[in-house]
Structures are given as structure tokens and as C-alpha cells.
Write a protein of this length. Structure first.
Ligand SMILES: [Fe+2]
Ligand SMILES: [Fe+2]
Length: 393
């Protein structure tokens, strides 16, 4: 089917070499509106003056380097998707690319099928995210309330108009999967992935956090020899644990300083909001429980429902540890990433206080056997789409 020009997405190709730039243009031009830039300065100018949906980016360029452009793009236009296409791929820059939320990472020389598939996936993700944002905003008008997230939570169970809107959104997000059951599962997972991505796009410090938490939680569940089903639930919960942050104003997520008591209460509602968001989707109970209780402490001083010790579901204790490990090993608005030995010490110090002591011991053993490369392993191993891989869909 021929696309009307207005339906076309705009792709910006950034490459200092004429050969790859022109071949990309030839591959993409039949289906997309294409812009080209020979260096970072030209690229920034185009990004600031044109409605760009996707950027394909060469890392090795004179002047503004690709990595710098990637960071600027993330800061200024977080909604624009980015595919890195590079001639000198290393594990480090692949990991950095994933950390910056790039949709794909391709090595030169690329082929037509590879590029077309990557562009198709990235633009589908872009459209999904835009629909979700529009959807959340439009909810305010539908029921005449100010807070769109509260509407999802409070009204979704009883308002058929909202249920129809969610149904429409899910139908448009994804139409693959085998048969009705497969398609419905695919749509639900796509919806949740877009939701998790939307949360992460609010702050550069959150980028990749869901995927890495899922990865670490999966490693720990595997080490504990949980059943395959439990391991799958723990990975899904790890991926979705902060989904309730969709209900926290972006300004609070980015705030470098301490929050006042009212703001803190708002932030501390995210586990409960997250659990309520996934509840109507009929997922296993231990997934919802892990989301709801991922900030409980072993000694009862965490937040959520004030549970302690083994009252806290095991899935939540695992996700809590994976979550804290990732938070400590990455930069935060208020501090730089902690050194690996400091992170290990913190986990040891807080075993029996914040963390289940048995789980903390096992996690430290994982860190010991894999060395300090666990974060890079997570960044390069865990791709898109996480949830489908987790449930084998
Ligand atoms: Fe959280
Ligand atoms: Fe988290």
C-alpha cells in the first residue's frame, strides 16, 4: 500500500561518509521522508528546525562526535528514536548506546533487510509512545478531571468510555501474535513496554533501569533455582517495577535535591500506582506483589505497606535488591554512580536491614563470579522487547 506523504515519518541520516549516507537514503526514501546531515552541527540544526521522528547516527565523525550528539538528542528531544550505525563497534559503545536508549545498534557494512527492519521497529516504537502520550493527555478531557493517571486508576474499572479508549490503543499498538490469544498477549506486552519506556523517557537517569533490573532479578532468581515460571514472573516484575512513576510529575523525578514531605508521599505512591495499573491486565499475582512491595525493607522501615521479613513476597525481595543494585551503580540526579566495591559493601552493610540477608549473600556471590562487568553485560544482553523474551512470546 502506498503511503500518503502526510503519513510518512521523517528520518534524519547522520554520517560524514558519502557512501553509507547515500545508500541509506536510497533504502529509506521510498517509504520515508529523508533528511541528511554530514556532521553533528548540521544534524543539530536539522533536529532543531524539522519534525524528525528517527535519527540514524554514525558514531565516528569529525567535529561533534556521535556519542555527544546522542546525548544532546536525548536531552533536547527525548521522543526522537535513534539507531546507531557504526563502523567501529565495541562493547563499550554498544553498552553506552543502550544506556542512552537507542532503538538499535547496527555494524557497517549494513544490508537492506537489516536496516529496513531496524527502522520499522524503531518507528513502530515511536508511534506507540506518541499514541500513549496522546492517550494519557486525552483522558483528562474524557472524564473532565485534571490528573490523567488518576483517571486511569480510578475510572478504568468502571468507565466504559475509558475501557474503549484503552481497547483502541491496544488494537493500534500491535497486531501481531498467533491467533486471538497471541495477539492479545502481544498487545498487552506492547502496551506495558511503551508505558515503561514512557516512564524512562522522563529522565535520562532512568534510561535502561527497567531492563537492567529485569536482568539482575532474573540472574538472582536463576541462582535461587526458582521454577521457570517464577523466574519469568520475577523478570517481568523487574521490568515493570517502576511503571507507577507515570503518576509522578517529571519535575519530581528530575529534582536533584531532597523532596519535601508532600512530594515524598507522592513519590512513594509509585509502587501502589504501578500495581493498580497492571491489575486489570490479569497478570500473575506475584508480579503485582513484586511491583507493590519493591520498596519494603527487610526490617520493616521501607515504604508500601510496612511489611517486614518474609511477609514481603520473595519476588518483591528479589526485585528490591536488583533495583537497589542498579540505582547504586548508575548516576542519579543527586550523585554519581558508586564504585563497584562501594556498591558491594553497601549491599553487605544493608543485608538484614534493607535486604533479605540470604538474597544479599547470593547476589554478592553472583557479583564475585561475574566481576565488575555485570552492568555492561546487562546493557548489551538485554535488548528490545524485554517482556516478549521474558514470556517467550
Ligand atoms: Fe521504585
Ligand atoms: Fe527502580
Amino acid at each position: 500500500m502506498t503511503q500518503r506523504p502526510s503519513d510518512r515519518s521523517t528520518v534524519l541520516i547522520v554520517d560524514d561518509e558519502r557512501g553509507p549516507r547515500e545508500s541509506l537514503r536510497m533504502i529509506l526514501e521510498p517509504a520515508h521522508r529523508v533528511l541528511c546531515a554530514r556532521d553533528g552541527t548540521e544534524a543539530l540544526e536539522l533536529i532543531r528546525t524539522h519534525p524528525v521522528d528517527l535519527v540514524t547516527l554514525d558514531l565516528n565523525m569529525p567535529g561533534i562526535r556521535g556519542e555527544e550528539l546522542m546525548r544532546t538528542l536525548r536531552r533536547e528531544r527525548p521522543e526522537v528514536e535513534c539507531i546507531v550505525i557504526t563502523g567501529y563497534g565495541t562493547l563499550e559503545n554498544a553498552a553506552e548506546a543502550v544506556r542512552y536508549g537507542v532503538a538499535d545498534y547496527l555494524q557497517k557494512p549494513f544490508d537492506v533487510v537489516q536496516v529496513s527492519a531496524a527502522v520499522f521497529r524503531a518507528l513502530a516504537r515511536h508511534r506507540g509512545r506518541r499514541r500513549l502520550t496522546e492517550f494519557l493527555h486525552s483522558l483528562g478531557e474524557v472524564v473532565g478531571l485534571q490528573d490523567p493517571v488518576e483517571q486511569v486508576l480510578v475510572q478504568a474499572e468502571r468507565d466504559p468510555r475509558i475501557q474503549r479508549r484503552v481497547g483502541d490503543l491496544l488494537c493500534h499498538l500491535d497486531s501481531d501474535g498467533g491467533g486471538e490469544a497471541g495477539a492479545s498477549l502481544g498487545r498487552t506486552l506492547s502496551f506495558l513496554e511503551v508505558l515503561a519506556d514512557t516512564v524512562e523517557s522522563q529522565s535520562e537517569f532512568m534510561r535502561g533501569h527497567a531492563r537492567r533490573t529485569a536482568f539482575y532479578a532474573g540472574l538472582l532468581a536463576d541462582r535461587l533455582c526458582l521454577s521457570a515460571e517464577q523466574q519469568q514472573h520475577v523478570r517481568i516484575a523487574g521490568f515493570l517495577h517502576d511503571i507507577g512513576k507515570i503518576g509522578v510529575p517529571t519535575e519530581l523525578l528530575l529534582r536533584p535535591g531532597a523532596l519535601d514531605p508532600k512530594e515524598r508521599r507522592l513519590m512513594e505512591r509509585h509502587p501502589e500506582i504501578g500495581a493498580r495499573l497492571v491489575e486489570p491486565l490479569g497478570m500473575a499475582t506475584d508480579i503485582g506483589a513484586a511491583i507493590r512491595h519493591h520498596h519494603e525493607w527487610w526490617d520493616g522501615r521501607g515504604y508500601g505497606d510496612g511489611l517486614y521479613g518474609e511477609q514481603i513476597p520473595i519476588s518483591a525481595r528479589i526485585v528490591a535488591l536488583a533495583d537497589a543494585y542498579d540505582a547504586m551503580s548508575c548516576d542519579r540526579p543527586y550523585r554519581r554512580a558508586l564504585a563497584p566495591e562501594v556498591v558491594r559493601q553497601e549491599i553487605d552493610d544493608y543485608a538484614g536491614v534493607q535486604f533479605d540477608p540470604m538474597l544479599a549473600k547470593e547476589f554478592l556471590l553472583i557479583l564475585e563470579t561475574t566481576g565488575t562487568d555485570l552492568q555492561m553485560l546487562a546493557d548489551t544482553t538485554v535488548g528490545d522487547p524485554v517482556l516478549r523474551a521474558a514470556v517467550g512470546a
